[in-house]
Design a protein around this ligand. Structure first.
Ligand code: COA
Ligand code: ZN
Length: 320
């Protein structure tokens, strides 16, 4: 049996460290350092980078410099720069800052949406309607902006526990009716398991093409990459991941990092799934994170090295 897939379809990675990764960091990261991080990521083969959010600066002070970041990054052709947006005010800010795509976020659970967005799911959906109308107006002019809708807590909520699958699918249908181009299912606090993921992905892919579906896993309970493989086997092709395994929602108790980009790209490299991402340079970039943030990061590959990074046989072994 072959250890590698043959002719595997590409797995598209959206890098989210500049948004999900930095939003929970307690120490302020200078605007220039954020820009340098995004500019470096832009050279490594990512098709999509979530570069920041336009939310209340009181809610997420770490990302209050979204305008400066979006205005000063070096745009690479072929890279879509995404901004997370909760409401019309965020959409106005993102459009003025030339974001290529707006990512609208609502939780499947009312209690997490109230904790995170300070409103009911119904109020979030009403705000999304305003955003869609605003973006279609802008796109009628010169600006071509795409829209993505995220269903947070889609695989479980830290307040409510299990989330009914039909509720998630119902939100997917509402997002499609709103005219959103893409949909992300997010496991905000790492409650998904691979069988659940395979089942939900299969059901969602009956409704939309794989190119329109992104999976967003957190590794809170160590199941992140197992969930990726289950989703890939079920037909999903797009995944969010954060350099170093940074990340987490500050309004979800017990939240921790996204799946780690370099760990994911290594999994793909070892199994023969193309990603188009320069893994060696990704590791170099990840190894700079502890100095930038002042603490160790969860990712494992940057510490262990790749399989091919072998060690010298110790002298005592040579003498045996
Ligand atoms: N960007 C900047 N400021 C915003 C904003 C936005 N997108 N939306 C609202 N505000 C400002 C308002 O102008 C108002 O400012 P003021 O106090 O100076 O008058 C203030 O925030 C309160 O506005 P309100 O509409 O009452 O918001 P709220 O307090 O009910 O909070 C959200 C609602 C959605 C703005 C807030 O909960 C939020 O930003 N959540 C995002 C959390 C997040 O990013 N989580 C992680 C990612 S999933
Ligand atoms: Zn997340």
């Amino acid at each position: 049996m072959n250890d590698r897939y043959e002719n595997a379809e590409k797995l598209v990675v959206q890098e989210v460290a500049p948004r999900d990764g930095l939003q929970i960091e307690p120490t302020w990261v200078e605007t220039a350092d954020k820009i340098a991080l995004i500019d470096s990521l832009s050279t490594l083969g990512f098709a999509r980078i979530e570069a920041g959010s336009f939310v209340s600066p009181k809610a997420i002070p770490a990302l209050r410099d979204g305008e400066a970041v979006f205005q000063q990054i070096e745009r690479h052709p072929g890279v879509v720069y995404v901004a997370l947006v909760p409401n019309l005010k965020g959409a106005e800010r993102a459009l003025a800052s030339r974001a290529d795509e707006l990512n609208l976020v609502m939780s499947a659970s009312q209690s997490h949406n109230r904790a995170n967005m300070r409103m009911s799911c119904e109020s979030s959906l009403a705000a999304f309607g305003d955003v869609v109308r605003r973006v279609k107006d802008a796109s009628g002019g010169s600006q071509k902006v795409s829209l993505n809708g995220t269903v947070a807590t889609a695989f479980g909520c830290p307040f409510e526990g299990a989330i009914a699958e039909d509720r998630v699918l119902g939100i997917v249908d509402i997002y499609r009716k709103l005219g959103l181009d893409g949909i992300t299912l997010a496991d905000t606090t790492g409650m998904a398991n691979p069988r659940q993921v395979a089942r939900i992905v299969s059901r969602v892919l009956e409704r939309l093409p794989a190119a329109a579906l992104t999976l967003h896993f957190h590794n809170t309970r160590g199941l992140g990459l197992a969930n990726v493989l289950a989703a890939y086997e079920a037909g999903a092709r797009r995944f969010d991941a954060a350099l170093g395994g940074l990340g987490g929602c500050p309004f979800a108790p017990g939240a921790s990092g996204n799946i780690c980009t370099e760990d994911l790209v290594n999994l793909c490299a070892e199994m023969g799934i193309p990603t188009g991402i320069d893994l060696d340079q990704l590791i170099v970039l990840s190894r700079g994170l502890p100095a930038l943030l002042g603490h160790d990061v969860p990712g494992q590959l940057a510490k262990a090295g790749r399989n091919r990074d072998l060690h010298a046989v110790p002298d005592y072994v040579l003498q045996i």
